[in-house]
Design a protein around this ligand. Sequence first.
Ligand SMILES: Nc1ncnc2c1ncn2[C@@H]1O[C@H](COP(=O)(O)OP(=O)(O)OP(=O)(O)O)[C@@H](O)[C@H]1O
Ligand SMILES: [Mg+2]
Length: 325
Amino acid sequence: MSQPLLEIKNVKKHYQVKSKNIFSTQKNNVHAVNDVSLTINEGETYGLVGESGCGKSTLARVITGLIKPDSGRVFIDGEDFLQLKGKSLRDKRRTVQMVFQKPYESLNPKMTIGEIIRAPFDIHNVYHKREREEKVKELLDLVGLSEKYMSRYPHEFSGGQRQRIGIARAIALHPKLIICDEAVSALDVSIQAQVLNLLDELQKEFKLTYLFISHDLSVVRHVSDNIGIMYLGEIVETGDADTIYSSPKHPYTEALLSAIPKAHPKQVKTQKILEGDLPSPINPPEGCKLNTRCPHVMSICKTKPNLESIKEKQKVACYLYNDQR
Ligand SMILES: Nc1ncnc2c1ncn2[C@@H]1O[C@H](COP(=O)(O)OP(=O)(O)OP(=O)(O)O)[C@@H](O)[C@H]1O
Ligand SMILES: [Mg+2]
């Protein structure tokens, strides 16, 4: 089997934050990402799903090299990304690009669209200066925008158009992996579909690999080959998209899926409800992190279950299925 494009092994990132009590000097430990491993093959779309604050963006920042993890390793094309330095680090960074959550905030309002899309060429000194404008026009055309927009500023565009500009900037340096961090969450449903179609077309044309991050399982379903479900900094279930949707195993995945509205009113929905609120990532529950909300909780759940294979393409971290008791 060919080597995966991205391999993350046991990545952990905790943040030290000051206590909310202004008289206390105590620091709290936010468990943002806790021992996460995942593999993405070339040309695949991996959907990473979980509630707000479960650590999705932190993981994305680790993969792009924007933050260093406390421990764990990140391999891109088989190379240990966190050990690279100098030119090899710069070259590797070019292969991973990001499309951000907020199209309104991720584009510099003082730069024209031409300057924004051209910036990666200037920073990495790619193409001759005279060629760069032509390349910007080609990129605008690829994402379905007219070249006449080059001299306009971000505020003159709609949310969907801005996200197209963000995508043009992301593909400018021919990356292999694009991380779409809630890239369509801020858009209207019809515009969401257009941007998703654009991402799909670009994936086919340039053999791109996507890590598609979203809190919305229904969006992820349509674009992903494989899916990872995150809860409080950990992946609790992973598998190919069809298996996750047709036979979810983890009680958290079941609850997320049952929360998706059904398209037809006659489709009966049995909602699996989790009790209580999402615990704080500061001092989260010991063992399985869902043990404070899970309807099937057992005494063994006070110890952490491993993410274990239960079928060829499905892994779950839950004692209901794992033979670790
Ligand atoms: N720089 C930071 N300092 C302290 N805590 C942080 C920092 N960045 C993130 N966190 C905390 O880490 C946890 C995970 O945050 P993260 O942004 O990765 O979540 P997320 O899954 O992307 O959420 P959302 O869906 O809202 O974007 C949260 O509790 C967050 O408050
Ligand atoms: Mg986020």
